[in-house]
Design a protein around this ligand. Structure first.
Ligand code: GLN
Length: 496
């Protein structure tokens, strides 16, 4: 095994035993980046020198015998819609090209304090709008399992970077599935926390009532460790909640006695690939063998989730994106004849097609005469969807579903058909509408060797139950141990 193939918790153990140094860890990942990045194209920006400098600093601190945290010295990649002070944050949009935030997001401050080493910023669909990362204005990221396939989206860069061994940890953001779906497509673990669990301060807003930042990792233990660092109330985000943060690793126990799990029948609809369905049902059997009680249930308003989401998310996006007018941030047209013309041209030049489509849709559903019919109605249906979950969680501790109806699709396959693209979020968006936490973990492979994701959903602020079920499943299956070929290419690093 090479260092870049190991999860963070194992690297951390080797570091504590003084078998390796932080510099060796960082060098190993930078080397892997050099080997594969021209194929994967996960990063918009890399900070090798800074990473090595920080690595040496931590080595010095460790050699002085100081007690360090469980993720100290571990490399991490950050989705490029999360602000890092003085580092370009483009959201993969031309309109933010040249925007250097004057402050860092709260999650970044916490990661720095915990000693993780930020290696770079990862590619995404422009402003996190999309499901394939093809909406990036700058580059197409490839799926490490098959370079002809998309990595999912919108946090495709982060998921692909973890899956290809470029980093062991990454942060993504999830408004309608953008952490879980790419994690599923790339065969890694991705968790969307409860709305309010993690501070959104410094996350560029897409749809403020749905957005959450969360971990993308190689395994469940790393997911628990990273979630621990970023969770908790932040005075700078009034929507973050002051709810106690438990020690998540305490819940990583490999059995499930007494756990009740629901299998919502609406998630096994036509259009879901047979292989996906089979893998989820097989996973349900494994969970039963581990002591859980699994039973079919129903979330009757599931059918309305996609429509509801695309009304609410676009409405919020149209309002959030109004600030990009060439005055304060990033790009400004060179051709504006007067102020209004300058606004128009800046936005016309700066935004990509999908972002424009959403701004128009969102503006429409909020406009006088249509507001009640669309936006108002969507808000009410959102409540019904939330109530479906409330009801289900009276009986069950968690629900399991496929993360996505399909495995990763080919580059170009859905890009000209927005509706088809939107439908690929059908199983992930309800969690955002209801504000509940959800995780995706690997649970199988298609005939073409593409990963399949199992989604687990739980009550608000019950991330520990998600992690417990995910961990028990992971420890009793082998899926997370499979690696894409790109990770196994023989190189001359010392065996550890
Ligand atoms: N794919 C969904 C969309 O396009 C979700 C994106 C996200 O979660 N950021 O809106």
């Amino acid at each position: 095994m090479k260092l870049y193939q190991l999860p963070a918790h194992r690297l951390s153990r080797l570091l504590k035993e003084r078998k390796i140094s932080v510099e060796e860890i960082v060098t190993s990942f930078l080397h892997q980046i050099e080997m594969v990045e021209d194929k994967i194209r996960a990063f918009l920006f890399l900070d090798e020198e800074e990473a090595l400098k920080e690595a040496r600093q931590w080595d010095r601190i460790i050699s002085e015998g100081k007690d360090v945290g469980p993720l100290t010295g571990i490399p991490i990649a950050i989705k490029d819609n999360i602000c890092i002070k003085d580092k370009e944050t483009s959201c993969a949009s031309r309109i933010l090209k040249g925007f250097y935030p004057p402050y860092s997001a709260t999650v970044i401050e916490r990661l720095k304090k915990a000693g993780t080493i930020i290696i770079g910023k990862t590619n995404l669909d422009e402003f996190a709008m999309g499901s394939s990362t093809e909406n990036s204005a700058f580059q197409i990221t490839r799926n490490p399992w098959n370079l002809e396939a998309i990595p999912g989206g919108s946090s495709g860069g982060s998921a692909a970077a973890v899956a290809s061994g470029e980093v062991p940890l990454a942060l993504g953001s999830d408004t309608g599935g953008s952490i879980r779906q790419p994690a599923a497509f790339c065969g890694v673990v991705g968790l969307k926390p409860t709305y309010g669990r993690v501070s959104r301060y410094g996350l560029v807003a897409f749809a403020s009532s749905l957005d959450q930042i969360g971990p993308i990792t190689k395994d469940v233990t790393d997911c628990a460790l990273l979630l621990q660092i970023i969770s908790g109330k932040d005075p700078l985000d009034s929507t973050s909640l002051d709810y106690p943060v438990p020690k998540y690793t305490d819940f990583l126990i490999p059995e499930l006695r007494g756990i009740r799990i629901g299998l919502p029948k609406e998630y096994f609809i036509a259009g879901t690939e047979e292989e996906v369905k089979k893998s989820i049902l097989r996973a349900a059997n494994v969970l039963e063998d581990l002591g859980a009680h699994v039973e079919e249930t129903s979330l009757p308003h599931t059918d309305y989730a996609v429509a509801t989401y695309y009304l609410i998310a676009t409405a919020e996006a149209s309002s959030n994106l109004a600030r990009y007018d060439g005055v304060e941030y990033g790009h400004r047209t060179k051709k504006g004849e007067n102020l209004i013309d300058m606004y128009k041209r800046t936005r016309q030049e700066g935004f990509g097609e999908e972002v424009k489509r959403r701004i128009m849709l969102g503006t429409y559903v909020l406009s006088e005469g249509y507001y009640e019919d669309y936006y108002g109605k969507a808000q009410r249906v959102r409540t019904l969807i939330k109530q479906d979950f409330d009801r289900a969680f009276q009986k069950f501790d968690a629900l399991i579903t496929p993360t996505s109806p399909t495995v990763a699709f080919k580059v170009g396959e859905k890009i000209d058909d927005p509706l088809k693209m939107y439908l690929s979020d059908i199983f992930t968006i309800s969690a955002n509408l209801a504000g509940i936490p959800a995780i995706s973990i690997p649970c199988g492979f298609s005939r073409d060797n593409l990963p399949i994701g199992l989604q687990i959903l739980a009550k608000p602020f019950d991330e520990e139950t998600l992690l417990r079920i995910a961990y028990a499943y992971e420890q009793n299956t082998e899926w997370h141990k499979r690696e894409p070929k790109i990770l196994k290419d023989e190189e001359s690093e010392v065996e550890k």
